[in-house]
Design a protein around this ligand. Structure first.
Ligand SMILES: [Mn+2]
Length: 321
């Protein structure tokens, strides 16, 4: 098997020969996909490349301090144009990115490059730089730049820091490693705007959102036998809260960071009349196995699933019908 270093050099050579690139962040973008994509875009543009950034969903405004934030398009016509390379970042599969149908429109002659750290990545790329041991895709991009002696500037360092901070939940979850911390120290040396990163990632919940989280907090139940804490949000909670679509984002990580006693957290959200979204986090248990039982997937310690059904409150507790 090739070492990561060889892979990093190979990717460098591959990209050197490509002039028009389409970079894709996954739908419902988080800090990692946005950080990794904007850092890569910044570096490629510095090499004089023509770079287009695509994300099916509009990134949340608190990430607007990232360079190239405003360059993202969600226009499907982007896929009618000719590129030499399609670079997909932080996506285990093309459907996860939300572009599996759109890629059918791309004129032939492009190379697909898959840069990711999700467990079970299906290696959809012609070239795959996949490292399941990496804390984040941003970490892989940082490793790639380092292996090829590329100097970081403040914009790239800030983007990469957002990715690492996002996926390690600020160095509190199990993805945290000596390597991720050591890289972050390099990013700070390169001028990463760390106070803006902290502000964007933590001080970004308005009162309406926190009121909604409060609903979930009051319903939190700990099952010591299963070492599991669960809570739920109903459709009417979301409707009443009058918040944006990303209001529940971060709730599960927040609980996983501060909820002592339970090793695993599950949040169920009634996404629409007949669809329940489940999110799972754990400090030890492989929750991707649980998610898989329900047709979902993700990381070992951070997974999710979507099932048909309704959350119904009964006297004995909550059940799904
Ligand atoms: Mn990630």
């Amino acid at each position: 098997m090739e070492t990561n270093g060889q892979q990093h050099h190979k990717l460098f050579d591959l990209l050197a020969g490509k002039s028009r690139l389409l970079l894709v962040a996954h739908q419902k973008p988080d800090g990692d996909t946005l950080g990794a994509t904007t850092a890569m875009a910044h570096w490629l543009k510095k090499q004089g490349k023509d770079v287009t950034l695509f994300c099916l969903d509009k990134p949340l405004p608190h990430f607007s301090f990232l360079d190239h934030f405003n360059d993202f398009t969600s226009d499907p016509k982007t896929f009618d144009l000719q590129y030499n390379a399609l670079v997909v970042l932080d996506c285990g599969t093309l459907p996860y990115a939300g572009i599996h149908k759109l890629v059918e429109n791309l004129p032939a002659g492009y190379l697909t490059i898959n840069i990711d750290h999700h467990k079970g990545n299906d290696l959809f790329g012609d070239f795959n730089l996949v490292d399941e041991t990496a804390s984040s895709t941003a970490e892989i991009v940082a490793d790639f730049l380092r292996a090829n002696d590329q100097k970081l500037d403040a914009a790239m360092a800030t983007s990469l820091m957002v990715g690492i901070m996002n996926d390690t939940t600020y160095f509190t979850n199990a993805a945290t490693s000596i390597h991720s911390m050591e890289l972050t120290s390099d990013l700070l040396s390169a001028g990463a705007r760390s106070s803006e990163v902290a502000k964007a990632m933590f001080k970004n919940k308005d009162a309406k959102t926190l009121n909604l989280w409060g609903k979930a907090l009051t319903r939190l139940k700990h099952n010591p036998k299963l070492n599991l804490a669960t809570t739920y949000l109903k459709q009417e909670d979301l409707a009443k809260a009058d918040t944006n679509a990303g209001a529940t984002e971060g709730l599960i990580n927040f609980l996983n960071t501060i909820c002592g006693g339970a090793e695993t957290i599950m949040v169920l959200t009634q996404a629409n009349e007949n669809t329940i979204k489940g999110s799972l986090r754990s400090v030890r248990t492989d929750v991707s196995k649980i998610a898989k039982l329900f047709g979902g997937g993700g990381h070992k310690l951070a997974s999710g699933f979507t099932i048909p059904g309704q959350i119904v409150e009964t006297e004995k507790g909550v059940k799904i019908v």
